[in-house]
Design a protein around this ligand. Sequence first.
Ligand SMILES: Nc1ncnc2c1ncn2[C@@H]1O[C@H](COP(=O)(O)OP(=O)(O)O)[C@@H](O)[C@H]1O
Ligand SMILES: [Mg+2]
Length: 451
Amino acid sequence: MIIAQENSYKPNVNPPTEFILIVDDNTTNLSILKEALKTIGLRVRLAVDGESAIKQAKQELPMLILLDVEMPGINGFETCTLLKADPLTQDIPIIFMTALSDTANKVKGLSLGAVDYITKPFEKEEVLARVNVQLKVRELNKSLAEKNTRLLELTEDLEQKVAERTAALQKAQIQLVQQEKLSMLGQLVAGVAHEINNPIGCITSNIAPAQEYVKSLSTALKLYQKYCPEVPEIQQELEEIDIEFVLEDLPKLLDSMQLSTQRIKDISISLRNFSRLDTDTKVLANLHLGLDSTLVILRHRLKAISNRPEIKIIQEYSKLPEVKCSPGQINQVFMNLIANSIDALEEKFEILGNQFQPIIKIITEQPDKKRIVIRIIDNGKGMSEEIKQQIFQPLFTTKPVSKGTGLGLSIAQQIIVDKHGGQLSFNSVPKQGTEFIIELPLGEESLVNSH
Ligand SMILES: Nc1ncnc2c1ncn2[C@@H]1O[C@H](COP(=O)(O)OP(=O)(O)O)[C@@H](O)[C@H]1O
Ligand SMILES: [Mg+2]
């Protein structure tokens, strides 16, 4: 067998503990082999019988065993069988040493799991060549195993990345769908708000003349009563309809109708403000208008219901410049945050009952030239540490399915942080309340106007 030199095993790179175990009852054989292996720099340990070989191998694993077949006590085959039966030693490659003519033994050795055989009397070159081949095979196996491990790690890594990507995609998709819905809803609301504008305009502009006409008619009636009192049919009719009361009540009625139409008009304007169909293009906007519109739209949820008192709104607005932003999106954030506060207040009220006065405080301020801050504070039920960790995760909700989508805050975060380069943070104490803080950066454009 010819082994190319560069292919041969290079013992120097191995840790000092690596050694070959030679097992032979013939000490002459042992020393011949030992010397031969030493010439190529291999470390060697010796054993003179099967039992001590197994013991040694278990104490410290040899990288290769040269095993004599014929030995007193347990012979080489039995030794080999025992080594192969033990998981600790089963992977050690074994080379049998057997007489030149002994074909049956060679076959048997290989069938027991030996990797090769060496024939006696020893040819030094052959021994070294066969040992070299086995050590090389062992090296290759080792590096293959390392590569396998690495491959496994890479696969796990890849699987994790795929899972992360999938989650991110899912998140993006949910938000897209949600935004799609919002923008459809926005268009619808803006359309309705526009549609009711004309009829409301008609009512508002007609109320004033109607009030005038009522005045004129009542003057005319009074004149009739004064100058034609003797017509009994008229007198009877006027008494029946209680004309005094009608004349007194009609102007009041018209006044209250005027107030109500004004309110419808406010709501319609708020709806339009709120649902401003902005894409990602930004305009200078007055955020106080946005906050007020949001409050108008949420008014039905703030009002007193059955036994719950009205939710008190405290507005502490500072002078703010217009902010370059997508107002519809920012209003969406106000809506999500204030609606969450209302939910938290309602849940607390359910526990505490009438002794609890629910409050939402909205503070706006401009701490410096570069940013504005909006705080939405409630004295609601607050959040536990565990909940705090999760609130920005899409689909996380503590509310029943009919109420919560778990998307409000993740959308708010996306709008404030990703779309506007701002910050959304919060403080919350269980049972005490919660504060959400929106911070928006101010651009050059904002320096001119203040509200
Ligand atoms: N002001 C708040 N007070 C108490 N808990 C809050 C408040 N805002 C948000 N949370 C908690 O964060 C969760 C996620 O909020 P959100 O993303 O808006 O989804 P949803 O309101 O649909 O549950 C809520 O279910 C609630 O547990
Ligand atoms: Mg919400």
